[in-house]
Design a protein around this ligand. Structure first.
Ligand SMILES: *[C@@H]1O[C@H](CO)[C@@H](O)[C@H](O)[C@H]1NC(C)=O
Ligand SMILES: *[C@@H]1O[C@H](CO)[C@@H](O)[C@H](O)[C@H]1NC(C)=O
Ligand SMILES: *[C@@H]1O[C@H](CO)[C@@H](O)[C@H](O)[C@H]1NC(C)=O
Ligand SMILES: *[C@@H]1O[C@H](CO)[C@@H](O)[C@H](O)[C@H]1NC(C)=O
Ligand SMILES: *[C@@H]1O[C@H](CO)[C@@H](O)[C@H](O)[C@H]1NC(C)=O
Ligand SMILES: CC(=O)N[C@H]1CO[C@H](CO)[C@@H](O)[C@@H]1O
Length: 290
């Protein structure tokens, strides 16, 4: 009896050790596999990603990769900025579901932005600026409920801002200037109560400025110069007490400058030239110092 249970223990131990060895020999974890799939679609002319080795167990020592601490580390950030990478961004990015920081800025990445980025629901900072990304901002970006910073400026993005952008209630910076973004701004933008900076100049944005913009109560910087905005400047902009810069030059805006702008007592930069505005500069603006 005694001996039998001892044998059993040894047997269990052997089974356990064998199982662990088998697990170990499986090699690179899932997140490492996703990263290798991402690398396979990149052209890495200067071999910046030579440390991405498929024989490792985790990708945590790889260049550009940061993980959580502990027994089962997960990838928290991926920083591949300024590495002269070309090629495209693999949908496998959506497998890195713990990512909170993704920086691919200042490369030459092209093609579309994969909708799978919407799976990275912990993302707080998403920097895709200064690349050659094309096509639309995916609707799936509306699932990034923790997103605070989205920068897509200096790409070749076209199509409208998706209505779903209004779901990003944590967003404080939305930077999208110098693209080919078209269509009207979605009314859902008024949901972005934390938005402080919205810059989307040098695009093809048309239609009128939605009155809902007045609900973005945190807004400090509104830059929409060099677009095709028409209609009047909504008087609701007067509700933005934190507004410091209103930059709308070179559009098709018409009508008068609303006197409510005088309520924006923090306004220091006002650029409205190259529009079709008529009438006088309201005396309410006289209290501002330029
Ligand atoms: C990654 O980790 C290193 C070392 O812990 C740290 O210095 C660096 O700031 C981290 N980078 C990001 C983007 O979190
Ligand atoms: C992202 O989520 C969708 C829907 O849940 C799923 O079909 C897709 O495979 C995921 N993408 C990745 C790369 O895991
Ligand atoms: C926008 O589209 C026009 C016409 O297709 C093109 O000439 C221009 O380079 C594009 N600009 C950007 C920033 O993608
Ligand atoms: C995102 O926004 C769309 C359109 O505004 C809405 O229909 C949808 O319910 C929202 N989804 C989530 C997850 O908040
Ligand atoms: C501007 O301020 C005046 C006086 O404080 C107030 O009555 C008015 O409702 C404000 N208008 C807007 C658009 O915020
Ligand atoms: C090795 C390397 O990264 N070379 C260049 C990548 O491109 C930038 C400009 O975009 C250069 O400044 C780097 O020297």
């Amino acid at each position: 009896m005694e001996k039998t249970s001892y044998d059993l223990l040894i047997t269990i131990n052997i089974v356990l050790v064998t199982a662990l060895m088998a697990y170990g020999s499986e090699g690179l974890n899932d997140e490492g596999q996703y990263l290798l799939e991402i690398k396979s679609r990149l052209v890495d002319r200067f071999d910046h990603l030579s440390s991405w080795n498929s024989n490792d167990f985790t990708p945590c020592g790889w260049r550009g990769v940061n993980c959580s601490n502990g027994y089962n580390p997960v990838v928290l950030s991926l920083d591949l900025s300024s590495m002269n990478l070309s090629g495209s961004l693999s949908p496998s990015i959506g497998g890195l579901v713990h990512l909170n920081h993704l920086d691919l800025s200042f490369n030459e990445l092209s093609r579309n932005l994969p909708k799978d980025i919407g799976n990275c629901s912990s993302l707080e900072v998403l920097l895709l600026n200064n690349n050659k990304f094309e096509a639309q901002i995916p609707k799936a970006f509306g699932r990034l409920s923790s997103l605070q910073v989205l920068n897509v400026c200096n790409n070749r993005i076209s199509g409208p801002f998706p209505e779903e952008i209004g779901n990003l209630s944590s967003m404080s910076q939305l930077v999208a200037y110098t693209n080919n973004i078209s269509g009207p701004l979605p009314r859902s933008i008024g949901n972005l109560k934390s938005l402080r900076t919205f810059r989307a100049g040098e695009n093809l944005i048309s239609g009128s400025l939605p009155t809902e913009i007045g609900e973005c109560e945190g807004l400090e910087y509104l830059g929409l110069a060099q677009n095709q905005l028409s209609g009047e400047i909504p008087k609701e902009i007067g509700m933005l007490e934190n507004l410091r810069a209103l930059i709308l030059w070179n559009n098709q805006l018409s009508g008068v400058i609303p006197k409510e702008l005088g309520n924006c007592t923090n306004l220091v930069t006002l650029a409205l030239y190259e529009n079709k505005l008529v009438g006088e500069i309201p005396k309410e603006l006289g209290s501002m110092c330029f």
